[in-house]
Design a protein around this ligand. Structure first.
Ligand SMILES: [Zn+2]
Length: 291
């Protein structure tokens, strides 16, 4: 019984060993299959994930891009002078200065007063420097509203600036356009009237800016005169103005009307006409610098 008992035990042991061997083989096979699966799964997953993520992104991207472009293009429409620098020079100031300063670079004998004082209203005595600053401040606001960077040579009346110093302000900011504002005066002929635009004549000091300044004037001047419905004083070339001769950027000077003419004086003292002047110049500037 004992032997008989041993025989079944051996058989059972053999069966167990066999079963263990099979189990070990299964475990090895399973381990191999598990090992084989992970590398393929992570390798595939990111690609699929990347594809599925980039799919929607790439399909959205053009939409988002075109939306941004639309916004930019819309902003460009609203701000036609974005990226443009305009230097505004309200002529004269409240402090006369009869020191002499050269009319052109290197001049020692062709001189002019630093601040000769401007014209005065025939009836009201309104000084030119007050009209030019008021129109310039209105013009600054309008140009900034169109997106321009505006640099002012002065924002108060009580400053002394030579024409050379005013031109230097325009040069230093690299203005796309230097706009100088003045009013005319002719004490001998109170009937003289009209809006005129002065530009540099072609001289050795202004040769680099003369053509562009004249081109700008030919666009702006007729637009302004037409919009204001005022008398046309024309475009005048000048070689004797230090503000042009020291200037390295395109420049125009607007004589906005005659303070010596009672009718034009009344208009130049009227706030709504000053605003109309600023608006006409701003419109012409936009037309000129965005063309
Ligand atoms: Zn003046």
């Amino acid at each position: 019984m004992s032997v008989g008992g041993r025989r079944p035990t051996r058989a059972v042991l053999c069966a167990i060993w066999a079963a263990l061997a099979v189990l070990a083989a299964l475990i090895v096979a399973l381990a191999l299959s598990v090992r084989a699966t992970p590398p393929s799964a992570p390798a595939g997953a990111p690609v699929a994930s990347s594809d599925s993520t980039s799919g929607p992104r790439s399909s959205l991207a053009p939409s988002a891009g075109s939306s941004s472009r639309d916004e930019l293009s819309s902003a460009a429409d609203d701000l036609p002078l974005r990226g443009v620098t305009v230097c505004l020079d309200p002529g004269h100031g409240s402090i006369p200065d009869l020191d002499l300063t050269p009319k052109y670079p290197g001049a020692t004998d062709v001189m002019q007063y630093v601040e000769p004082g401007g014209a005065q209203g025939a009836l009201t005595g309104t000084p030119e420097y007050e009209v030019t600053l008021d129109v310039a401040l209105r013009l600054r606001d309008l140009l900034e509203g169109l997106g321009a960077d505006v640099v002012m040579t002065r924002t108060t009346d009580d400053v002394v600036l030579s024409s050379e110093q005013r031109a230097e302000v325009a040069n230093e900011c690299g203005a796309d356009l230097f706009i100088r504002l003045h009013c005319d005066g002719d004490d001998d002929d109170p009937s003289r009237s009209g809006f005129s635009t002065l530009v540099p004549a072609d001289t050795e000091w202004t040769h680099d800016i003369q053509a562009r300044s004249l081109e700008v004037a030919r666009v702006m001047h007729p637009m302004i005169v037409s919009e204001l419905g005022c008398a046309d004083g024309g475009i005048v070339e000048r070689s004797d103005l230090a503000g042009f001769n020291f200037c390295d950027v395109p420049s125009v000077l607007f004589e906005m009307g005659f303070l010596s003419n009672p009718e034009e004086e009344a208009r130049l003292c009227d706030e709504s006409y000053r605003q109309a002047l600023a608006q006409a110049i701003a419109d012409a500037t936009a037309a000129c610098l965005t063309a």
